[in-house]
Design a protein around this ligand. Structure first.
Ligand code: GDG
Length: 619
């Protein structure tokens, strides 16, 4: 079965927009001390030459886009001045979709600590660590400051960022994100806005300028030293530093204030992830009642016993209950959230069956909507791989050409179960000498949050384990584990996915895990096998035809590697066909369409329009 052949190219129209807003763009306030509230037209004059298209004007003549939209109830309104920031759909994320940087040699990438020449990892787009895979557009001219180097623009090429970008282009909406590029504020207007994409301006990117201190405390502090470990059940790794929570509040306030700047009566605000747990309530207090607020929480939600360790846990819950809609990947996280509200906010009315919470006169609907990947594009990219490309990858990594391939692709994060995977591989090689030289495992590990001690320690453990195992089994001609922290180009990643005989996805816990789905989408020969941890959100979608592993059961894990390698071709294909049906049947476009369908219901009818709790899509 060739599932991909049955997929039509995704030309979804998202019937989200509630109509043109005609709101004047008077700024309520601007907490960004660096920027002021100059008029839009004055702001438009910023930067005569800019990146990509060579223009950074706030020109917003996209009414035509809307007129092509078959399901829009009201005609989309062109922004009322050149640099007005349009309304209706407002996306808020930590990571921005486009980043402007000066071409003056490589810098250090915030998210992965590696040198960057315009690529930023990886995936979801909701986080610096899981942001867009980006590719640089070639540089334009200079910004208005003294730096005369050309400017490059990273643009999204994968993951959530790439999924949302065309929707915002269609909706002429607004995206609010941290501006982390060194040229970012040299191309924005005086309201910190720039029209994007650079070569086809369609929506407004509003950048939030954060000081190094703010980033360290909000992002590397409360977000990733407290919320990340807690939500993943690693309470022992929580590191509380004195100012981090206060900075987290401050940064949430700044994003909330930016939302208020752009929110019309019928705005739909869609926040991404755990960097913004407090913002929804702040936003609710400042934007019109008729506007809707939704959030997708991309990581797990912990049990009440674990969440009890969270500083300001009531404040966090109250913040999130500013949302009309709160989404998780899977039911168990949604349920855990409901459990936490019941336990820590006794005044809230929690209806587990309906998935609703009444608190402070507001209803929040909690849903589980598993996220998919852009399956068609992984399929297509994989098909474009040629033999030469594969051979050059074998040569690059010094892999014997006849070797079977195993693959792992992860951020270097303690949740991803890489040490456990290495131990299982060691067990496999110890028990199966006949595979020495004939099976090579490639581990791509993307350094992440390296300034945080728990991550630095984890990276050291992984690297030393790889060395130890390679010393134990390696020969002059063969290393059992090829380990790389280098960024792998999208095309090469798809080639590796396509040709990997075994893909190992073994997190100790994972909100979803996109890599598992990407592998399946790129397995165009249907001859690979997925080993999948029962603790990944993806397991709920893919368990029936992946080989399930408990990542901590080293011996069972090692056996499963052997089972995968010795599986009959028929069994492999049967399983992979079924996996591909799942992955193509619930791709990123389906997920987006689901989000917007839910948003519309919340926006239009409130909780009254919702009959029952949204269930995780069955396989
Ligand atoms: C969070 C949640 C949830 C990695 N290295 C390279 C590269 N990648 C890409 C992969 C994939 C992405 O990074 C990783 O996504 P994951 O979903 O596996 O994990 P997180 O980064 O932890 O994401 C997670 C996700 O948000 C979405 O909600 O699934 O549970 O933790 O897309 O392909 N891509 C390229 N080169 C690399 O070297 N091109």
């Amino acid at each position: 079965m060739r599932v991909h052949d049955e997929q039509s190219s995704p030309t979804h129209t998202y019937n989200l927009r509630p109509g043109g807003s005609g709101r004047d763009h008077e700024r309520n306030r601007d907490v960004d001390s660096e920027s002021d509230s100059e008029s839009d037209s004055a702001a438009t004059a910023t930067s005569g030459s800019g990146p990509g298209s060579g223009s950074v004007s706030g020109s917003a003549s996209n009414a035509d886009t809307d007129s092509n939209h078959p399901t829009t109830a009201r005609t989309m309104q062109t922004s009322n001045t050149e640099s007005s920031c349009p309304d209706s759909l407002i996306v808020v994320s930590n990571r921005q979709p486009y980043r402007h940087t000066y071409d003056e040699g490589a810098g250090t990438d915030e998210e992965n600590g590696t040198e960057t020449t315009g690529t930023s990892d990886s995936g979801s787009g909701s986080d610096s660590d899981s942001g867009s895979q980006s590719r640089p557009q070639n540089g334009a001219d200079v910004g208005p400051n003294s730096n005369t180097n050309p400017i490059s623009v990273d643009e999204p090429t994968g993951g959530l960022t790439a999924g949302i970008d065309p929707v915002l282009q269609e909706a002429n909406g607004t995206w609010i994100a941290w501006g982390d590029g060194d040229a970012d504020f040299d191309v924005t207007n005086q309201r910190d806005c720039v029209r994007v994409p650079p070569d086809d301006e369609a929506y407004t990117l509003r950048r939030i300028d954060l000081s190094e201190e703010a980033v360290d405390a909000y992002y590397r502090g409360f977000s990733n030293r407290v919320l990340w470990p807690l939500c993943h059940g690693f309470a022992e790794l929580v590191e509380e530093r004195s100012d981090d929570l206060e900075w987290y509040r401050t940064v949430n306030e700044r994003f909330a204030a930016a939302v208020a700047d752009h929110a019309s009566d019928d705005a739909v605000v869609w926040l991404q992830d755990y960097h913004f747990a407090l913002a929804p309530r702040m936003i609710r207090q400042t934007i019109p009642d008729s506007a809707s607020i939704a959030q997708f929480w991309h990581i797990p939600w912990p049990s009440p016993a674990t969440f009890d360790y969270c500083p300001a846990h009531e404040e966090i819950l109250e913040g999130l209950l500013g949302n009309d809609l709160l989404g998780f990947h899977v039911e168990r996280y949604a349920n855990a959230f409901l459990d936490c509200v019941r336990r820590f906010l006794p005044d809230a009315t929690v209806d587990h069956e309906q998935g609703t919470i009444q608190y402070n006169g507001q209803t929040t609907r909690v849903v589980a909507t598993p996220m998919g990947v852009d399956a068609a594009s992984y399929d297509q990219q994989a098909r474009e791989t040629d033999a030469e490309q594969l051979l050059s990858l074998f040569d690059r990594y010094d892999i014997p050409r006849n070797s079977a391939i195993g693959l792992g692709v992860d951020r270097l994060d303690y949740t991803k179960g890489i040490p456990e995977r290495l131990t299982a591989l060691e067990g496999f090689f110890a028990e199966n000498p006949r595979w020495h030289g004939d099976f090579t495992f490639i581990q791509k590990a993307t350094p992440s949050r390296t300034e945080i001690p728990a991550y630095a320690r984890h990276g050291d453990i992984v690297r030393s384990e790889v060395d130890r195992i390679n010393r134990r089994f390696g020969t002059d001609d063969w290393q059992p584990i090829v380990y790389t922290e280098d960024y792998v180009e999208h095309e090469d990643l798809c080639a590796l996915y396509r040709h990997a005989d075994v893909m190992i996805v073994s997190p100790l816990i994972d909100g979803m895990n996109l890599v598992a789905q990407e592998y399946v989408a790129a397995s165009v020969e249907t001859d690979g096998t997925l080993l999948l941890s029962d603790r990944a959100g993806a397991h709920e979608r893919l368990s029936s035809h992946a080989l399930t592993i408990d990542p901590t059961d080293v011996s069972g894990f090692a056996t499963a590697i052997g089972d995968a390698l010795s599986m009959t071709p028929q069994d492999r294909t049967r399983r992979m066909d079924a996996l591909r049906s799942s992955v193509f049947g619930g791709d990123i476009d389906d997920w987006m369409a689901t989000q917007f369908a839910l948003l519309r219901r919340v926006h239009g009818d409130g909780a009254a329009g919702i009959e029952s709790r949204e269930r995780t899509q069955p396989m």
